[in-house]
Design a protein around this ligand. Structure first.
Ligand SMILES: *[C@@H]1O[C@H](CO)[C@@H](O)[C@H](O)[C@H]1NC(C)=O
Length: 350
């Protein structure tokens, strides 16, 4: 058996190691990055607070997936430094890229979003593409926008570049001007194509366009097939006049899993249906109107905002992509009655 003191030491060591997912650096170290040319992200944290703790695991996971430095500053130990950097809430993430201006990181505080951001930022605002590097480039980000524009169309190139400057923080942009390359890909020049990774397929806008038309296209084409329903975007969904397929779950991880497994179905029905996930804890009050009761498990309902009809999915049945597709088809074919309809029918029959 190990002597007790040694055991305690070992346990301490393990505890200390796992408590430091952060990579806190000294002022000198920070300044050398801040004044350097390399793209680096710095998290200013108050390690004991919940939001900082929530970021820690994501930060650690992101560190192992990128070559760019991810540093952190413990603002409880280096209050002066954080004040000088204008940090007023924690955690704050700043982007240092060798330019004079320090930027805020505005993306999601998830490892995947942080890594995508760094990949994106490592490319120029508009990358030039040839037949050797276009294939890899298409999967470099969740949404990659490639304009196939011949060299002589300078005005259109300028328009696309303007669009890229506005949206470089969110997506990755490239231009392919080689006519042979466009031909090989079966794309008619000029066209703009959005390539979506994660099985999202691609969307094409043919012909030259204004910045406005490009922007509208970009917004629609890059919208996730399944979004998270919130008070903020509620009106947008209601105005679309499409039926909504609500998936309620208390767990963010479960909603994420649903979004990826239902993605192909959402893509298939996107003209008619908006698939959304809803936090069943925060939006608990929505359940009764949709004919659902809260039993802590995920639940699904279809709602038609034009007619105010709700179709609750049987809560005893499991929610798989096949089950959802079957349910939607049954509704379309009139095999499922909306909520309230059954009682109404019974009423008139009496
Ligand atoms: C693709 O190759 C061209 C040279 O043909 C180069 O100028 C460009 O930077 C490369 N693009 C990327 C994204 O690597």
């Amino acid at each position: 058996m190990l002597p007790k003191t040694l055991l305690v030491c070992l346990l301490d060591l393990i505890a200390v190691k796992s408590a430091f997912g952060w990579n806190h650096v000294s002022r000198a170290n920070f300044e050398s990055f801040a004044n350097g040319k390399e793209l680096a992200l710095v998290a200013f944290v108050a390690p004991w607070t919940e939001p900082s703790k929530a970021l820690e695991a994501e930060w650690l996971a992101a560190t192992s997936q990128t070559k760019n430095p991810l540093l952190s500053i413990d603002c409880t130990a280096q209050a002066d430094l954080c004040r000088e950097q204008g940090i007023i809430s924690y955690p704050a993430i700043r982007v240092f890229d060798g330019s004079d201006k320090v930027r805020r990181y505005k993306g999601a505080r998830k490892a995947s979003a942080i890594v995508s951001f760094l990949n994106r930022a490592s490319f120029p605002v508009v990358s030039t593409l040839d037949q050797h590097n276009i294939t890899d480039f298409k999967s470099a980000d969740e949404a990659v926008i490639i304009a196939y524009i011949p060299n002589e169309e300078q005005a259109l190139k300028a328009t696309f570049t303007e669009l890229a400057f506005k949206n470089h923080d969110k997506h990755t942009f490239g231009i392919a001007s080689d006519k042979k390359l466009a031909k090989a890909e079966n794309i008619h020049m000029p066209s703009v194509v959005v390539y979506k990774s994660k099985g999202g397929g691609q969307e094409l806008l043919p012909g030259p366009s204004s910045v406005d038309a490009l922007e509208t296209f970009l917004e629609t084409a890059t919208a996730p097939a399944i979004g998270e329903f919130t008070r903020k975007n509620e009106m947008k969904y209601m105005k679309e006049r499409k039926s909504l397929v609500y998936y309620f779950s208390p767990s963010p991880e479960d909603r994420e899993t649903y979004r990826s497994s239902l993605q192909p179905l959402a893509q298939k029905f996107k003209e008619y249906l908006s698939f959304v996930t809803v936090d069943s804890v925060e939006y608990n009050h929505m359940l009764p109107a949709l004919g659902l009761h809260d039993n802590g498990a995920p639940a699904l309902a279809v709602f038609n905002p034009m007619y105010g009809q709700a179709f609750p999915h049987d809560q005893k049945k499991s929610i798989t992509p096949e089950a959802v597709e079957g349910f939607v088809m049954d509704i379309v074919q009139g095999k499922v009655q909306p909520l309230g309809k059954e009682e109404e029918t019974r009423h008139t029959e009496l």
